[in-house]
Design a protein around this ligand. Structure first.
Ligand SMILES: Cc1cc2nc3c(=O)[nH]c(=O)nc-3n(C[C@H](O)[C@H](O)[C@H](O)COP(=O)(O)OP(=O)(O)OC[C@H]3O[C@@H](n4cnc5c(N)ncnc54)[C@H](O)[C@@H]3O)c2cc1C
Ligand SMILES: *[C@@H]1O[C@H](CO)[C@@H](O)[C@H](O)[C@H]1NC(C)=O
Ligand SMILES: *[C@@H]1O[C@H](CO)[C@@H](O)[C@H](O)[C@H]1NC(C)=O
Length: 609
């Protein structure tokens, strides 16, 4: 007992040294918020920022770093570096910047891809303060309705609807109204969630501590003693929830949000689940003006420091010098390779793309790289449906909220059976449907697109169902592909028109589906993943957590984004913050906490004056 005490005390001292030790420049040093500028909604104007095509002459000289990929993990890191004066080039393979935060327009309807709701955005919270700095105060966030989610369980005719509320004690209070007699289970659940989530700082630590020290914590088992997060990480969601209650609907309601990271409850880690429940406990928000606002307000900060964000710039390989240190990238331009040199290369393209496609075969074979690859799996593929509707949100009965629709309450079995089906059968038996109206969430929409609305739907789909068409031209994959997509669309439309009776067939002006291979094309997801590498229990093995970190086994090559931390907008940004911490040699996670404290003091002073 005493020995453990001494070890712990010694550790705390060491941890403090490492955690506070860094003395690099602080991107949050000065408050960079500016008064709100005039809003720009004109597409052409915005494209001047978001769609700057790659030509060698636009590449700045004397770069400090090159970042592959313009997702929030890439752009976020670029902004952090730009704020301390570094000249950074971000290269994006798609024709516009933003990764999962990009938007596209079809038949005059603007759709976004991977941003439906984001939590933790209360004023004065570190995450919010950080985003304010990262957009120089120009990004605005619109709260969703409360309830922000609705869980629908059961087949047509017997759908039970459970509203999910955010805010203080409201989450539990409202659930208790729906499940009388289950008060104890509900209290116990939220208690476990909060306790587990508290231990998450250890995840940051494992990635920032010197590797030998991190490994020491892992191998002695101290991690699990010290962190409730890692203690709960090996337990599956199904396991925990089944212990709490016999009520099948309540089990499903505790579990529905697995859709935001992609592992069915029996494969999901209770730790990951706790993060997601906590993420939305204080509310859910949507970017005012749509998801493209995110990149639109970040790019100028990168440019101001002399950097650039260039699109249609697919990186085909990372360049290494004779000492196998990363020293630049090669971009395909027409039939040519353009070489760009920089002392540091950071990949936001995901760990699989980076290690399997972008580095030479002999480096790929390195045991350290192979080890990391063997620890991770590809995440679930996704299928999205985009609908353009004639009518305002009032006319169509749409609100700023989300629906999670399941035809049964046994979520594990439901999704497992689906994934084993032949594709035509699967397309007729969709087990999970996320439905949301981005237009209804955006207060600027009515001004930008009067009298019209959008609906986006997401479900999971096997990559293999679509793989045979992967090499066909994206706009012309043939009649069989179209037919399979149509089967999915028809199944989904039936559900939509039943749940939203005001949406009738004559209101639908546009509808199309994006499949896993669509995701490969537009967001570079190698197997159509919507959340990057898999987030099952294996992902939370502390060993893996200490091993997969921003530094790669190759000098001057770093990783950022969702694969280095966790998925989601917040997870990918945490990846950027972690990567930035390593590059700038200071703990930026702590800096955001300090920033939040400063902002609060500053704001209350301003109010008094
Ligand atoms: C349908 C869907 C719905 C979602 N809903 C939500 C939500 O409501 N809330 C939430 O928080 N999160 C949501 N997410 C998840 C979230 O959007 C992502 O986890 C996060 O944005 C990932 O950021 P990233 O920077 O790591 O990666 P990405 O955004 O995927 O960026 C990677 C970028 O790298 C580029 N790239 C890849 N290879 C190359 C190459 N060789 N050369 C150049 N560029 C390359 C890609 O084109 C891409 O732009 C959703 C995701 C999807 C797909
Ligand atoms: C939209 O609906 C209105 C009436 O509800 C109709 O007059 C109009 O023509 C429709 N627009 C389109 C593009 O279908
Ligand atoms: C484990 O490591 C993965 C990969 O780096 C990371 O995304 C995840 O957040 C980590 N989880 C924990 C609990 O450390």
């Amino acid at each position: 007992m005493i020995a453990v005490g001494i070890i712990c005390a010694a550790l705390v001292i060491l941890l403090l040294k490492y955690v506070f030790g860094g003395r690099g420049p602080n991107p949050f040093e000065k408050d960079s918020r500016e008064p709100l500028k005039k809003r720009v909604y004109d597409k052409k104007e915005k494209n001047k920022v978001l769609k700057q095509g790659f030509v060698p002459s636009k590449v700045p000289e004397n770069l400090d770093a090159v970042i592959i990929g313009s997702g929030i993990g890439g752009l976020g890191l670029a902004v952090l570096l730009a704020k301390v004066g570094k000249k950074v080039l971000v290269l994006e393979q798609h024709s516009r910047a933003g990764g999962c935060c990009h938007t596209f327009t079809e038949k005059g309807f603007e759709f976004d891809v991977g941003i439906h709701y984001i939590g933790e955005l209360l004023h004065h919270r570190p995450f919010r303060c950080m985003l304010d700095q990262m957009s120089n105060g120009q990004l605005e966030w619109e709260p969703l309705e409360n309830p922000f989610d609705h869980v629908l369980l059961g087949p047509p005719g017997n759908r039970r609807q459970y509203p999910i509320y955010s805010g203080g004690t409201r989450f539990t209070e409202e659930l208790k109204k729906c499940f009388p007699g289950e008060e104890k289970a509900i209290d116990e659940f939220i208690k476990l969630v909060k306790k587990t989530k508290q231990g998450v700082w250890f995840l940051v630590l494992l990635k920032l501590l010197a590797l030998p020290l991190a490994k020491f914590l892992v191998h002695t088992g101290l991690v699990k003693h010290l962190s409730s997060f890692f203690k709960m990480a090996p337990r599956s969601l199904t396991d925990v929830v089944n212990e709490l209650t016999e009520n099948k609907d309540l089990r499903a309601v505790f579990s529905y949000i697995f859709g935001t990271y992609g592992n069915i409850p029996k494969d999901a880690s209770f730790a990951m689940h706790s993060l997601l429940i906590s993420h939305y406990l204080n509310g859910a928000w949507y970017p005012k003006g749509g998801a493209s606002e995110i990149a639109y307000h970040m790019i100028p900060i990168i440019e101001k420091a002399g950097g650039a964000v260039l699109v249609r710039a697919p990186v085909n390989r990372i360049l290494f010098n004779d000492a196998t240190e990363a020293c630049g990238v090669s971009v395909i331009k027409g039939k040519e390779e353009v070489h760009i040199h920089a002392p540091m290369v950071i990949s936001n393209a995901g760990i699989f793309n980076t290690y399997k496609k972008l580095i030479p075969k002999d480096l790929q074979a390195m045991p350290a790289i192979q080890k990391q690859l063997s620890m991770l799996k590809h995440g679930e593929g996704g299928l999205s449906i985009f609908m353009g509707l004639n009518g305002t949100k009032e006319e169509l009965g749409l609100k700023a909220d989300n629906y999670w629709i399941f035809p049964e309450n046994n979520l594990d079995e439901l999704v497992e059976t689906y994934k084993k089906k032949e594709r035509e059968e699967a397309a007729k038996n969709i087990p999970l449907l996320f439905v949301a109206s981005p237009s209804a969430k955006d207060p600027t929409w009515e001004e930008r697109s009067p009298g019209r609305s959008t609906l986006t739907l997401v479900t999971f789909a096997n990559y293999e169902w679509f793989e045979e068409w992967k090499d066909d031209k994206v706009t012309n994959r043939g009649p069989d592909y179209m037919e399979l997509k149509q089967t999915f669309i028809n199944t989904i439309l039936e559900v939509v028109m039943e749940v939203f009776p005001k949406i009738t067939r004559d209101k639908i002006e546009y509808v199309d589906a994006g499949t896993p291979i669509t995701n490969t094309y537009y967001i570079g997801a190698p197997r159509g993943e919507i959340y990057g590498a898999d987030h099952g229990i294996g992902r939370f093995d502390p060993e893996l957590n200490a091993t997969v970190r921003p530094q790669t086994p190759l000098k001057n090559l770093y990783l950022t984004g969702q694969d280095v931390f966790l998925c989601g907008f917040a997870g990918a940004l945490a990846g950027a913050l972690t990567c930035g911490s390593v590059i700038l040699n200071r703990n930026l996670h702590l800096d955001t906490i300090a920033l939040a404290r400063r902002t609060k003091i500053l704001n209350s002073k301003m109010k008094r004056d």
